[in-house]
Structure formats: C-alpha cells, structure tokens
Design a protein around this ligand. Structure first.
Ligand code: SF4
Length: 174
C-alpha cells in the first residue's frame, strides 16, 4: 500500500484506543491498528469530544423521525443536533487539507455510524436501524467519492481487500 506519499486515513479516534467514548473508555480495533497501521498514517477524529460535548458525557442517541433524526441525550433530553452539525461542517472543511484517501468509522454511533444506526422513537419501543451518524453524513456529503467503511466490516477479508483497493485507487487519482 505504498505510494510516493504515505496513504492517510481518517479514523474514529476511539478505534485507535483514544479514551474519548462517553464513559471515558475506548473501542480499540486491533485489526485497524495492526493491519492498516503499518500501511497508512491515521488522522484521528472524535466528533463528540472535539465538538465539546464533554468527557465523560451523557449517552446520546439518534431520536425522532428516521428521515431526519435529532441527536438527543438519553437522560436530560438535551438536543445536540445543531452543536454537532455546526462542528462537523467546519471539521470536514479542515479535513480537506489532510489529504485523506479513506475513512474508517465506528459502527452504530449516532455521530460516526455509517449505516444502520439505531433511531429511537420518542415513545420508545424498538429502534429502527435506518440512521447514519451526523458526522458520517457530513463526511459523505463533503467527500462523495471517498472510500468510507466501518471497522466491523473490515474483519471480513474480502471487504477489507476491497476497501484497501478503493483507498489505493483514490490515493492515485489525479
Ligand atoms: S464513535 Fe465517534 S463520537 Fe463516539 S467516541 Fe468514537 S470517535 Fe468519538
């Protein structure tokens, strides 16, 4: 995976072992570190910590209309949608200068999840698995062709090889 310039990948910071999750923990993905680490430089991003939502912080979930869910804290019901979206739109602009060739996102997160993020109804009940994290949405909108994948799917050898091939092709584009 070597080209003249190193490949640079954005990564949800908790997957790299950074203690940025709501409970002060991390979600180290050894596969990302051990297999992709030697091949690429990582740019760590934690939307919720960088947006100033606190560390530790209250659990938050996508809530409401599945086609336009809000980011709401679980207990105090604070609506953090605008805060996260405003941060995300300026962060993706800054990422344009980072020369990224791909991004690995933490699955199921209301900020980072790429697909099938639970969206909870105000009235409770089973969530619908139709959401996309607010930062993931901003990233896809800003960089439409960027290879983006979730960490869990990279455990599948075929999907991982396909992702790496897409990253290399993106890095070589003119
Ligand atoms: S999933 Fe995203 S927002 Fe949540 S801790 Fe990890 S990097 Fe931060």
């Amino acid at each position: 995976m070597q080209t003249h310039a190193p490949i640079r990948l954005g990564v949800s910071a908790c997957l790299l072992g950074h203690k940025v999750r709501y409970d002060g923990g991390h979600k180290l993905a050894p596969l990302v570190r051990d297999i992709l680490g030697p091949l690429a430089e990582f740019v760590a991003v934690c939307p919720e910590a960088e947006a100033g939502l606190g560390l530790p912080r209250e659990v938050m979930r996508l809530t409401g209309d599945p086609s336009a869910p809000r980011l709401i804290t679980l207990t105090t019901r604070k609506d953090l949608t605008e805060v996260l979206q405003a941060w995300a739109s300026s962060r993706v602009e800054a990422l344009a200068a980072e020369n990224l060739s791909g991004f690995i996102l933490k699955s199921r997160s209301p900020s980072c999840g790429l697909a099938r993020v639970p969206v909870h109804a105000e009235a409770g009940g089973e969530p619908s698995l139709t959401g996309i994290g607010l930062f993931a949405r901003a990233l896809l909108d800003r960089f439409p062709g960027l290879p983006v994948e979730e960490e869990g799917r990279l455990g599948d050898l075929g999907l991982r090889e396909e992702f790496i091939a897409r990253v290399l092709a993106y890095a070589r584009r003119g």
